[in-house]
Write a protein that binds this ligand. Structure first.
Ligand SMILES: [Zn+2]
Length: 694
């Protein structure tokens, strides 16, 4: 932008702006005249100014270089030419001049002292938002002799006059007159860079944002938006002493909220072409799945699940106003040493806005959010990791060790897509439409397929019932597979060693391709962001197919049992099918997508919910009602306890074994459950049981 602009003389500028406003903003000025003071901001679009006549470029440039001055010029043009004529006939007391539509955006990371007093545009995420409070903008003081002194107030410290402003009056103790002073609504936000998303361990660049008047309370923590404003600096004060450090802050002029999801992910034309190629390739699901954590051998089923989760279903609203959840939730229960952590970390890393946390080391406030008092003593809401990952994938490891509060909060995310922050009378709901991928270990070290999953993991049934896809990673030796796994791991390790030593030339091209992901991470991220805008619709065959599947599942239910096959599973299938259609960039969910969904879902169910005795799928095993096995077990226990007064635990186990219930874990789990339910009472002395139930 080194083009020469015609020089404008100072006096011309108000005139130029008058001409501009009259030509380009007539509608807005009429609205202001009609609705003032309810409407009191005039929005000027940078791109419109730039295109305006021969002076446009010069005027637009000045917005960036000297915004404070331009705001005064425009204000003078409005007032001096009576461009806004309020209904009451009096000239407007205050009109905010706000700028939008800047061409160039910068990141918070790039902000420097040179930018002070310039107009900038940043893509940011709101991390914290304070309450809106009136701030004094023009303070009126009175001296004992009755003279008035006016002091304009800016952000930060309250400025008091040293002495009465009236000539010849030397009074120093002046009294503030709140009723005569002018106030303006003010809010302070903290914004962070959002371009890179939030990565574990990455220091996020943040800036305080001062919001004035009618645009207060439009941004909430977790919101992503373009913030346009003037960079200001203020001297840091440490314990009352002025420091040599200056802090930058943004005086907000306008907010532009992007309607598109993941608008922060930039997709080049070249990427778009490649994405379309993969989508049309016939089996995008496998290509994508194989690109997830390629250094981890096998587990294609889990990787397929993760792939569908990243693309997600379609969020929609029913005619009664209820919302259909789009997020696919996954639970992985793994024997130790099965790389589950590595796998879910990878999922979080690829997904735009993904986060990874460990339930043990993360505090509730860190995950959900917190209310804090800011420097001015106002309450502010600060978003935690889950609301910041809104619409992304949130991976939570060691979920089995999460405390009760954390589980309650996670349930809120799964059920309503939001978190609730309450503290000191403050109550705020923040959106957190995260797709959760939870991982944990079984209670008894190793997974036992004869016991119900629900008894082997320390998680409430309410949470389990909201999981779409369950996976278990069992460590069982298999010579052929083990050899392949070992070779795969060592091959990856070897290439990594060569990379570390700067000797990649020792790796053959063949070997390089063998371990490279089919789709590079960056491209996959762009693929997901690109596909999220597709809203596929089910065709009639899909609906028919899913109904048939639902009826089959219902048919597996024992007639006298509460049906464990619920509409929840059907909804899970719809989400999975929608995700599959998105991967293909298809506006229509086809039979193929429905089949993929059903296959994936059934495989999960077979692995975790098959009754080893009957071979039937029993959803009771995953916390949907009670499993048939447990019902049989409870029946046996009841008979044994009723027939053996003062039945000890040893006797109970022995008698159960006679009836071929030999799995101690599951018997004890069932016993525990029955005690909680009040069906069995443990009398304590020598551990004898009494039947108290029906
Ligand atoms: Zn005085």
């Amino acid at each position: 932008m080194t083009e020469e602009h015609p020089d404008l003389h100072e006096g011309d500028k108000t005139g130029k702006w008058r001409d501009y406003l009259k030509q380009k903003c007539r509608k807005q000025l009429a609205e202001l005249s009609r609705d003032y003071p309810h409407t009191r901001s005039l929005y000027i679009d940078y791109r419109d100014v730039e295109k305006w006549g021969k002076d446009g470029l010069a005027l637009a440039d000045e917005i960036v270089e000297n915004p404070g001055k331009v705001m005064e010029d425009i204000y003078d043009a409005v007032i001096g030419n009576e461009l806004v004529k309020p209904q009451d006939g009096k000239p407007p007391k205050a009109i905010n001049i706000r700028f939008t539509g800047l061409r160039k955006k910068i990141t918070l990371r790039e902000l420097r002292h040179d930018d002070v007093n310039r107009f900038v545009s940043v893509d940011a995420i709101c991390i914290r938002a304070s309450e809106v409070r009136p701030r004094i903008s023009e303070a009126i003081f009175r001296c004992p002799a009755g003279h008035f002194t006016v002091k304009q107030q800016k952000y930060g410290k309250f400025v008091e006059p040293d002495i009465c402003a009236t000539d010849g009056c030397n009074f120093k103790r002046l009294e503030l007159m709140p009723k005569r002073s002018k106030f303006i609504n003010q809010q302070t936000l903290r914004a962070g860079d959002r371009n890179e998303g939030l990565r574990p361990g990455q220091q996020q660049q943040t800036i305080d944002v001062v919001v004035l008047d009618d645009i207060c309370d439009t941004l909430f923590p977790g919101d992503r938006a373009t913030l346009n404003g003037i960079v200001r600096s203020t001297q840091r004060v440490v314990k009352g002493e002025k420091s040599t450090i200056f802090d930058l802050y943004l005086e907000l002029s306008s907010i532009e909220i992007e309607e598109r999801d993941f608008a922060e992910v930039v997709i080049s034309e070249e990427s778009e072409r490649k994405i379309k190629e993969i989508a049309k390739s016939g089996n995008p699901l496998n290509q994508i799945a194989l690109s997830i954590a390629p250094s981890i051998y096998g587990h294609l089923d889990i990787k397929q699940g993760i792939a569908l989760q990243m693309f997600g279903g379609v969020s929609s609203t029913n005619s009664d106003g209820t919302v259909n959840r789009a997020e696919i939730h996954i639970l992985i229960i793994s024997d130790p040493g099965m790389a589950k952590t590595k796998l879910i970390k990878y999922a979080a890393r690829i997904s735009p806005r993904g986060i990874f946390v460990t339930a043990v080391s993360t505090s509730g406030p860190g995950l959900i959010g917190v209310t804090v008092r800011d420097e001015d003593g106002r309450w502010a809401i600060e978003a935690g990791a889950l609301p910041l990952a809104d619409k992304g994938v949130a991976a939570i490891d060691e979920i089995d060790k999460a405390d009760k509060d954390l589980i309650a909060n996670i349930l809120g995310v799964m059920e309503d897509g939001e978190v609730r922050i309450t503290k000191a009378g403050q109550y705020r709901i923040l959106p957190a439409r995260d797709s959760l991928i939870l991982a944990g270990n079984p209670k008894y070290e190793r997974f036992d397929k004869y016991a119900d999953l629900v008894d082997q993991i320390n998680l409430p049934p309410a949470l389990l019932s909201r999981i779409d896809l369950f996976y278990i990673m069992v460590d069982s030796p298999d010579p052929a597979e083990d050899e392949k796994r070992s070779k795969h791991v060592l091959q990856n390790r070897y290439v990594a060693e060569c990379r570390a030593a700067g000797k990649l030339d020792r790796v053959s091209e063949e070997e390089q391709t063998a371990i490279a992901p089919a789709i590079p991470q960056d491209l996959l991220r762009q693929y997901i962001a690109y596909a999220k805008h597709i809203m596929p619709i089910m065709n009639p065959q899909v609906r028919e197919h899913l109904t048939k599947h639902y009826l089959t599942l219902r048919g597996l239910t024992q007639p006298n049992q509460a049906s464990p096959a619920t509409m929840r599973q059907q909804e899970a299938l719809v989400r999975l099918a929608e995700a599959s259609a998105r991967m293909r960039l298809s506006p229509e969910v086809t039979l193929k997508d429905a089949e993929i969904a059903v296959t994936l879902f059934d495989n999960c169910m077979k692995a975790v919910a098959t009754d080893p005795k009957t071979g039937n799928i029993d959803l009771g095993k995953v916390g949907q009602g009670q499993s048939q096995q447990k019902i049989n077990m409870l029946g046996a226990m009841r008979e044994i306890i009723q027939n053996n007064p003062k039945c000890s635990q040893a006797l109970l186990l022995a008698k159960m074994a006679e009836r071929s219930f030999t799995n101690e874990h599951s018997i004890l789990a069932a016993l525990n459950g029955a005690e909680h339910a009040g069906d069995i009472i443990d009398r304590g002395q020598n551990g004898h049981y009494e039947w108290a139930g029906k």
